[in-house]
Design a protein around this ligand. Structure first.
Ligand SMILES: NC(=O)C1=CN([C@@H]2O[C@H](COP(=O)(O)OP(=O)(O)OC[C@H]3O[C@@H](n4cnc5c(N)ncnc54)[C@H](OP(=O)(O)O)[C@@H]3O)[C@@H](O)[C@H]2O)C=CC1
Ligand SMILES: O=C(O)C1=N[C@H](C(=O)O)C[C@H](O)C1
Length: 237
């Protein structure tokens, strides 16, 4: 095995950031060289990992790939930091604006970038199943119901919107419903309905490790690729 891939975790104190730090600590093919969050005190070192606040991002050490699970307000800075250092970026931050998505695609001309609304294997398959069902079910109503914990800020979820794009058919717009309750990690139901029958496709996340493992897999694969705007399915093939 070669040198471990150097990772910067952006959004490190959050629910996803903490899962990533824990999973990285169990592996020897990657090394976290820096952890960034909006408010981490300057020069704090936890378990040997230097933490930086968003304002100190420029002082973080060199890294091969940044993994970003933060908020849209932090996205421009991490993308700029990756461009400035010729480092790759894997992002799972949802609620990005059209302009931020366009900036990410443009960055793909210079560095490797990969954004996904959901890094679980199950949702990657669900998207394909929804595409297939939508292609076969002309004229059926499509409803997407997503449920998440009460701390989630964006609605509909990024995954619901991605599933909606997969379900898009001429003349039939999917409808979205969002539930925010308790500590639900993430559930997505795609229902196709017509007179007398319904099809339901459901994914339920039981913990955040499924997303963190997918993002780590994508980051290590992206480190071996050149510039480009990749999708998660490019890294699963
Ligand atoms: N694609 C996927 O598979 C998944 C995507 N997500 C998405 O990931 C994102 C994070 O989710 P979650 O971990 O639950 O959120 P949390 O609120 O738990 O964590 C957010 C993290 O981002 C940091 N942060 C906030 N603003 C900034 C900023 N301006 N600059 C740098 N860091 C910042 C916070 O730092 P501080 O604590 O200091 O404020 C914190 O570390 C959300 O957009 C969520 O929808 C979540 C799960 C899976
Ligand atoms: O914020 C979350 O928690 C999640 N966000 C993602 C989304 O918006 O789809 C993925 C997952 O459902 C958890």
């Amino acid at each position: 095995m070669g040198e471990p891939t150097r990772l910067l975790i952006h959004g490190a104190t959050g629910r996803m950031g903490r899962a990533l730090l824990r999973l990285c600590a169990e592996r020897d093919d990657c090394r976290v060289v820096g952890a960034v969050s909006s408010r981490s005190p300057a020069q704090r070192v936890v378990d040997g990992i230097p933490h930086f606040s968003a304002a100190e991002l420029g002082g973080a050490p060199g890294f091969d790939v940044a993994i970003d699970f933060s908020l849209p307000g932090g996205f421009d800075a991490i993308l700029a930091a990756c461009l400035a250092r010729d480092s790759a970026l894997v992002s799972g931050t949802t609620g990005l604006s059209e302009a931020q998505q366009a900036a990410l695609r443009q960055a793909g001309e210079r560095i490797g970038v990969l954004w996904a609304a959901n890094f679980s294997l199950g949702v990657a398959l669900l998207e394909e199943l929804v595409e297939r069902a939508a292609a076969a079910l002309h004229g059926w109503d499509c409803d997407i119901v997503e449920m998440h914990h009460t701390r989630k800020l964006d609605a509909p979820s990024g995954t619901a919107l991605a599933l909606g794009a997969a379900a898009q058919r001429e003349g039939a717009e999917p409808r979205y419903s969002s539930v925010r309750a308790g500590d639900i990690v993430g559930e997505h139901l795609v229902q196709f309905a017509t007179a007398g029958e319904r099809i339901e496709l459901v994914h339920r996340a039981g913990n955040r490790d499924i997303f963190a493992r997918g993002a780590l897999h994508a980051a290590l694969a992206l480190a071996r690729r050149g510039a480009g705007a990749y999708r998660l399915r490019d890294m699963l093939a």
